[in-house]
Design a protein around this ligand. Structure first.
Ligand code: SF4
Length: 664
């Protein structure tokens, strides 16, 4: 595939060897780059039973097949590994400029195995490629360490840096990898794997050219997309609180309406993802009080998260590499906590929801401060918020007492003690040490009677979208090889993406009754299968989730891929490729002892028993039954979730796995 570099780098931190290898062309042809290349490599090279924090585990940094080609919204970098949080497939991704930096070093991926004796970082530019001592950076937070590492002399003015904070160094199982001042590839505990290898950072400074087959076509597609995005800025008079009203209306309606993908662009450009909280709480999409229900005056809670109150602090907007939308921003927080931090990234919806409504905390200022604490430590805000919600509910129910909390009053909305608890988790001190590995590990410490308050799927805490609100999301939480992720699919996403326009077997989304939607059926199974397959293409290309949400007519991924590779493939053929990537990831899990059908949503997340008030009143999601339809559509055994032999054969996976990268 002309848009890929065709090579990978293998680094063994135990013995210091670095080997460059050529990847067989057919690998890109079958699974693209990104998660596809990662799945192919990790399946072959991580032995079953490997300790995720041991020398046999591999952590890879992978770019996308479209990154650097001129295709817009295709600059995500991915971290792939065996997750210490779930024991199975793990991945996380992030925007910024690190993805093109991988390819500019002449490779599509860098895979690290082994364990270094002392802290190191990996450096690469056009001439140099080496493992270097990182003693002076160890113990420093991700933001400060990145700034220091960017001062290193290299072939580039400012190298791109992926770095762990102290949470990763401390092997917190909910730690991620940061770049660009604390933006974080947060999920699956990928930071702990770097920490276990004593790998502080990867510093890249190459400037090699990235090619593609039909540059003119890619340019034309990008020009068209950029023009459409530019038009979509909402008028300045538009207020954020209107989304609260919209949420109330949508929450009260007995039906769900499929929304048009491009409607997402205007609010994302103006407010970023922070616009969602006020809407999500009112409509039932945003989990509240540890997923336990809604307070009487839910709209008063929602109002606290008016996104205009975040915009008043915004000092700068920013875009990821090659993105016309630019949902990012920096906000001034120099007035908080005695001026400890001058600024932080505009908090994402997931962070606001996890440290706001989920904890019944209505203090936005505290969330800004926590945002910076977590970004610097490199800790996943979704997992940290869910874990603190668990601890509060245990405390409220007398299952954890003040002796164990180091004197903290863990009460709903007690923002000051929540901040103290975040600091303890980051430092792994006192109760923070017990909570720094997420809720599943915390239950092992605090006892099985606390398990009913621990919201996780297969070990990973779920994203901030309610599975009772969206039964298709419930299926993705459960069946995704890296479970609990909210970015793979949902009913809402399905409507936005309009996959039926590129795929002959994907059903058209129609308005549907909320009640009927909760009855397991084949059509939802086919839709969730199509979504999972398409998501894998997005990740193979290095695409952004918000491009995916725009829909296939706006962000033309299929046309981009055909132009970049010189292919004339149909949407059906591409979704088959997506299924191949997803199946490889499932096979990775099975190889490592995961039984897909053993992964369930907590009862509370399914609405068992159903809530008695609020927008989710009386809604129950039969996720286990719906998952069977999903697996059937994927060509897996509907009872066990294991891919059938004939499916694996039809996807050419055995011949793909027989291929080896060759030393050059
Ligand atoms: S939409 Fe936002 S997250 Fe996605 S590429 Fe653009 S700036 Fe980055």
């Amino acid at each position: 595939m002309k848009s890929c570099m065709g090579h990978i780098l293998e680094v063994d931190l135990s013995n210091g060897t670095i080997v460059k290898k050529k990847v067989p062309e057919v690998v890109y042809d079958q699974v693209l780059s990104g998660k596809g290349l990662g799945a192919w490599y990790l399946y072959k090279h991580i032995p079953p039973g490997a300790d995720p924090l041991g020398a046999d585990n591999i952590v890879g940094f992978v770019s996308g097949a479209l990154t650097g080609t001129g295709a817009l919204m295709c600059g995500r970098w991915m971290v792939v590994t065996k997750s210490p949080l779930t024991g199975g497939w793990g991945d996380a991704n992030c925007g910024g400029s690190f993805s093109p930096a991988i390819k500019q070093c002449g490779v599509d991926a860098i895979f690290f195995k082994g364990i270094s004796e002392k802290p190191v970082y990996f450096f690469m530019d056009n001439e140099v490629c080496e493992i270097r001592d990182a003693s002076e950076y160890w113990g420093i937070d991700a933001v400060e360490a990145e700034l220091k590492l960017q001062e290193i002399k290299s072939g580039k003015k400012k190298p791109s840096v992926a770095v762990i904070g102290t949470a990763g160094e401390n092997l917190s199982l909910i730690s991620g990898v940061c770049n660009e001042g604390g933006r974080i590839a947060a999920r699956s505990g990928v930071g702990a794997v770097m920490g276990s290898k004593k790998l502080k950072a990867v510093v890249l400074a190459g400037n090699q050219k990235i090619n593609c087959e039909d540059k003119e076509k890619v340019k034309e597609l990008s020009k068209d997309l950029a023009a459409k995005v530019k038009k979509a800025y909402p008028p300045g008079v538009m207020k954020g609180r209107i989304y609260g009203t919209l949420g109330k209306v949508m929450g009260a309606l007995p039906i769900s309406l499929p929304l048009d993908g491009p409607t997402n662009i205007a609010p994302l450009r103006k407010w970023g993802t922070s616009v969602n909280t006020v809407m999500a709480v009112n409509m039932g999409d945003g989990p509240v009080k540890n997923w336990g229900g809604v307070p009487k005056d839910v709209s008063a809670l929602a109002k606290s998260f008016d996104p205009d109150n975040i915009l008043t602090r915004e000092t700068k907007k920013y875009h990821c590499y090659a993105c016309p939308l630019g949902c990012g921003g920096v906000i001034d927080i120099s007035d908080l906590n005695g001026g400890e931090f001058a600024q932080t990234h505009k908090p994402e919806y997931e962070t606001i929801q996890a440290f706001g409504p989920l904890l019944l905390n209505n203090k936005l200022k505290t969330i800004f401060y926590i945002n910076e604490l977590l970004n610097r430590a490199g800790m996943d805000s979704i997992s940290a918020g869910n874990t603190i919600a668990y601890a509060i509910e245990c405390f409220e129910n007398g299952l954890i007492d003040k002796n164990e909390t180091c004197g903290l009053e863990l009460k709903w909305g007690n923002d000051q003690d929540i901040v103290k608890l975040v600091k303890l988790m980051v430092a792994r001190e006192g109760i923070g040490d017990k909570l720094a590995d997420g809720v599943r590990k915390a239950v092992e410490y605090f006892g099985p009677e606390t398990a009913k308050y621990a919201m996780h799927v297969g070990g990973q805490e779920p994203g901030m979208h309610d599975s009772r609100f969206d039964p298709q999301l419930a299926v993705h939480f459960m069946t995704e090889p890296a479970p609990g992720k909210h970015t793979i699919g949902s009913g809402g996403m399905y409507g936005n993406m309009a996959l039926w326009d590129i795929c002959s077997w994907a059903p058209t989304a129609k308005p549907h009754s909320k009640k009927a939607d909760h009855i397991p059926n084949e059509e939802i199974g086919i839709a969730s299968c199509a979504t999972a397959c398409y998501s894998m293409l997005v990740d193979g290309a290095g695409g952004c989730y918000y491009g995916q949400l725009m829909g296939v007519h706006m962000w033309k991924l299929i046309d981009y891929l055909n132009a970049a590779a010189g292919w004339q493939r149909t949407g059906d053929e591409f979704l088959e490729m997506g299924k191949r990537i997803q199946t490889l990831r499932h096979m990775f899990n099975i190889k490592h002892g995961i039984k897909p059908a053993d992964r369930h949503l907590p009862k509370r997340m399914q609405g068992d028993p159903p809530l008695r008030s609020g927008p989710l009143k009386n809604l129950t999601t039969l996720a286990d039954d719906q998952a069977k339809y999903h697996w059937q559509a994927m060509g897996y055994d509907p009872e066990t979730g294991v891919p059938k032999e004939e499916t694996i054969e039809a996807l050419n996976i055995p011949s793909l796995l027989a291929l080896e990268a060759e030393v050059i």
